[in-house]
Ligand binder design. Structure first.
Ligand SMILES: [Zn+2]
Length: 671
C-alpha cells in the first residue's frame, strides 16, 4: 500500500557525517509539555561554544539566559527557514542556562511519510505530539552531542526521547503529572520527542553481565491489545541480531504509535503510524528492519559523503533474510522486485551507491535499498556465508558508534574472506548503472566421448567483471554452471555428458543487471502508472458498467480513455478489459486473447490478471467479476496491489495473488 510502501523504506534518523566521535558536548533539558494547549516550557543547560548561539523554531522564544550563574544578554540575530537565530553574550566555556518556551504548531494530520521526510516543525496535540530533531525545538550544542532529558506531561499522557530511562514518576489515579528522565550517552545528532495518550506496556529481558533490556510499547488504547505481540517480536529480533552480529548496543527498545502514517527508525525506538501497526506484516518484516537499524545506521553511522550503505545492509539482513527463510521463490520474487523497480528508473537518475544518501524519491530507493541489498547478496555468493558473517561481525566490532564507509566494509570483508575485493566494490559502489549481459551464441558438438558447449556472452562497454550463472537445459533436466567474464565479448566452453537443448542466463536473478523484457513479467503497476491508459468496458448492464468505470478511475493515476474492443490493436497504450464473467470471456475470445488463467479459475468473487503479449502489442490486463457489487468491492484494495501480476478477490479481500514466472528466454543450442 502507498503509506506502507513508504514505511517499508523507512528513514533512519539521519546522522550527519562526522570524522571523529570522541568527546562530545552534553545538553540537559527540562521540559514541560501540555499537548492540549500545545505549550512547551523548557530549560536547557549546556556549555557555551566560541560564538554562542542557536536556532529555535519561530513560535518559541528565549525568556532568560544565565552564564555561570549570572544573567547574560541575548538577542535575535536573524532567521533561518522557520527558525529564529539567537545570539548569546557569554564567554566560551561558560555554563549556560536558557529558559525558553512558547506554543507549538498543531499536529498536521495531512502529513505522510513523503511529507515527513523533509525538515518538520515541532507539532503538538492531545492525540499525539512529535517534536522531530529537525524541528529546532531545543538549543543544539553541536552537530553531535549527548543528552539528558526530563519530560513532564499531563497525567493522561506519556512520552519519550531515544535513550535509557533513568527515572520515571507515574501519577496515581490520573492526578498530578507524568515525569520521566532519559539519558543518551552516545554521540547523537539530534533529539526526537514523542508523546501521546499512550498505554505503556513493558517487558524486561535479563541479560548476562548487563542491565536488563527494557522493551516497551507506547500504544493508544485502541491498539493496546497488539502490545504483547510487538514486545515478544521485538525481543525475538533483538536476540536474533545480537547473536548474529554482536550484543545489542543499547538497553532499551520501544515501539511508539504515531497519529501520522509514518515509519521512522531512531536509536532505541521506532515511531510507526498507529494504523500501520495493525497490519500483520509490520511485525513480520518492518519491525525487524527497524530493530536492525540499531546496529546499522544508529549503531554504526554511515559516512554520507561516500554513500549510505546502511539501508542496503539492513534490507539484506532483514527484509530479504525473512524472504529467504520463507522460501526460495519468495526470495527470488524480492530480487525480481528490485531489478524490476530499477528497470523503471530513467538512466539519468541511476546514481551510484556512493552517491546515495537517503530515500528522497523512488529512483533513489531503487538504488540505495534494492541495488545495495543485491550487492551484499552478490558479495555473499562470492565469498560464502561463513566469511560474510565473519566480516559483518568484525565490521560491527571495529566500527561500533563510529562513522564508517563502504571502504571500511570492504576492508572487513577482505580480512574475513582473505580475498581482494577492490574491483568488486569499485564496480558496484562507485559505478552508476548496471551491466546488460546477453547470450549471443550457444553451439554444441560431440567431442572426447561427450559433448562440448561453446557459449558466447556479450555485455555493454565498459565491461563489468562478473560471474554469470548459466542454466543448461537438457531434456527434462537442468543444471547451473557459471562463467567468469570481464570483457565485452567472451566465449567459454563447457564439457557435458549429454547434448544440451538450450541455455538461460541467470534465471534465478542473482546478478545486478538490466533485465530484458522476457524476464520482466507484466504487473499491475504498469497500468496504474500508465500515461494514457485505455479502458474496454464489456457488457451492457448499467450498474456493472458504472461500477467498472468507477473502479478504473480509482485504479489509474491518469484518467483512462474508453475505447471499443475492436480498437485494442490500434494503439500500444496499456488497456484494461473489465466487466462481468460472461461478458469478459466473450470479449477475450473476440480479441483473440487467452482465457482466464487456470490459477484463478473459479476463485473468489472477482479475478484480475495481466496478459503477457508479444513486443509491440498493447499490454492488456483483465478484471472479471461475478456482479456489480464484486466490482465495487475492488475499488479500495486493488490500487494497492501494483506489484502483482494476478489476483483473486473474495469481496475486498485478496485470496490469491502472484507474479507470473518469467524465467527468461531459453536460447536454443545450435549443433
Ligand atoms: Zn531503513
Amino acid at each position: 500500500m502507498k503509506a506502507l510502501r513508504a514505511f517499508a523504506a523507512c528513514v533512519v534518523c539521519a546522522l550527519a557525517a562526522a570524522p571523529a566521535l570522541a568527546r562530545v558536548p552534553q545538553l540537559e533539558l527540562d521540559l514541560r509539555l501540555d499537548p492540549a494547549s500545545r505549550e512547551l516550557q523548557a530549560s536547557a543547560r549546556l556549555e557555551a561554544g566560541a560564538d554562542p548561539g542557536f536556532a529555535l523554531y519561530r513560535s518559541l522564544a528565549v525568556r532568560s539566559v544565565s552564564a555561570d550563574g549570572s544573567a547574560a544578554a541575548f538577542e535575535r540575530a536573524g532567521r533561518e527557514g522557520d527558525a529564529v537565530l539567537w545570539r548569546i553574550h557569554a564567554r566560551a566555556g561558560a555554563k549556560l542556562r536558557i529558559e525558553y518556551g512558547g506554543v507549538l504548531p498543531a499536529l498536521d494530520r495531512s502529513l505522510d511519510q513523503r511529507g515527513a521526510l523533509g525538515a518538520l516543525a515541532p507539532m503538538a496535540s492531545s492525540e499525539g505530539s512529535y517534536l522531530p530533531a529537525s524541528g529546532a525545538w531545543y538549543p543544539s550544542p553541536a552537530e553531535l552531542f549527548s543528552y539528558r532529558v526530563t519530560l513532564s506531561l499531563p497525567a493522561d499522557q506519556r512520552g519519550l526521547v531515544p535513550g535509557t530511562l533513568v527515572a520515571e514518576q507515574v501519577p496515581e489515579a490520573g492526578t498530578g503529572r507524568y515525569r520521566a528522565t532519559f539519558a543518551f550517552a552516545q554521540p547523537s545528532d539530534g533529539i526526537d520527542l514523542m508523546a501521546g495518550p499512550y498505554v505503556v506496556r513493558e517487558k524486561l529481558v535479563p541479560r548476562a553481565g548487563a542491565a536488563p533490556l527494557r522493551l516497551r510499547t507506547y500504544f493508544t488504547p485502541a491498539i493496546e491489545p497488539l502490545a504483547a505481540g510487538y514486545l515478544e517480536d521485538s525481543a525475538r529480533y533483538i536476540a536474533m541480531y545480537s547473536k548474529l552480529i554482536g550484543a545489542y548496543p543499547f538497553d532499551a527498545f520501544s515501539v511508539v504509535a504515531s497519529p501520522l502514517p509514518v515509519g521512522f527508525g531512531m536509536p532505541t525506538l521506532t515511531y510507526i503510524g498507529a494504523e500501520v501497526l495493525r497490519l500483520p506484516f509490520i511485525r513480520a518484516t518492518s519491525l525487524g528492519h527497524e530493530v536492525l537499524h540499531n546496529w546499522w545506521g544508529n549503531g554504526v553511522y554511515p559516512d554520507y559523503a561516500t554513500g549510505n550503505w546502511s539501508e542496503g545492509l539492513t534490507t539484506f539482513m532483514a527484509d530479504y533474510a525473512y524472504k529467504e527463510r520463507e522460501s526460495a521463490a519468495a526470495a527470488r520474487d524480492m530480487r525480481l522486485g528490485w531489478l524490476r523497480d530499477y528497470a523503471a528508473v530513467p538512466a539519468a537518475e541511476q546514481g551510484s551507491l556512493a552517491a546515495f544518501r537517503s530515500r528522497a524519491h523512488g529512483a533513489a530507493a531503487a538504488v540505495g535499498y534494492g541495488k545495495a541489498a543485491m550487492v551484499f547478496l552478490m558479495l555473499r555468493d562470492r565469498i560464502g556465508q561463513p566469511a560474510f558473517l565473519r566480516g559483518v561481525r568484525a565490521f560491527w566490532k571495529a566500527e561500533r558508534f563510529r562513522v564508517a564507509s563502504w571502504a571500511d566494509l570492504r576492508a572487513a570483508f577482505e580480512r574475513a574472506s582473505g580475498r581482494r575485493l577492490g574491483g568488486f566494490f569499485a564496480q558496484w559502489v562507485e559505478r552508476a548503472g548496471a551491466p546488460d549481459v546477453r547470450i549471443v551464441r550457444a553451439q554444441a558438438r560431440a567431442a572426447h566421448g561427450g559433448y562440448e558447449l561453446d557459449l558466447t556472452l556479450e555485455q555493454t562497454a565498459p565491461a563489468y567483471r562478473l560471474r554469470v550463472p548459466i542454466e543448461i537445459v537438457t531434456g527434462a533436466r537442468s543444471e547451473t554452471r557459471s562463467i567468469e567474464v570481464e570483457h565485452e565479448r567472451q566465449t567459454a566452453t563447457f564439457r557435458l555428458a549429454a547434448m544440451p537443448d538450450g541455455v538461460r542466463l541467470d534465471p534465478e536473478l542473482r546478478l545486478w543487471r538490466i533485465l530484458p523484457r522476457d524476464q520482466l513479467p507484466p504487473i499491475l503497476r504498469q497500468w496504474i502508472l500508465a500515461r494514457g491508459p485505455r479502458l474496454i468496458v464489456t457488457g451492457a448492464q448499467p450498474d456493472a458498467a458504472q461500477a467498472a468505470t468507477q473502479l478504473a478511475l480509482r485504479l489509474f493515476e491518469s484518467a483512462p480513455r474508453q475505447i471499443a474492443a475492436a480498437a485494442l490493436e490500434r494503439g500500444d497504450d496499456p488497456a484494461l478489459v473489465i466487466g462481468l464473467h460472461a461478458d469478459v470471456n466473450k470479449a477475450l475470445v473476440q480479441l483473440g486473447l487467452p482465457p482466464e488463467p487456470a490459477a484463478l479459475a473459479g476463485r473468489g468473487s472477482a479475478q484480475v490478471w495481466t496478459i503477457e503479449r508479444p513486443p509491440g502489442r498493447a499490454p492488456v490486463a483483465v478484471v472479471s467479476a461475478r456482479d456489480a457489487a464484486a466490482l465495487e468491492a475492488l475499488a479500495r484494495p486493488l490500487p494497492h496491489y501494483g506489484a502483482q501480476s494476478y489476483l483473486a478477490f473474495e469481496g475486498a479481500h485478496a485470496i490469491v495473488r502472484g507474479i507470473w514466472p518469467a524465467p527468461g528466454r531459453l536460447t536454443p543450442v545450435t549443433r
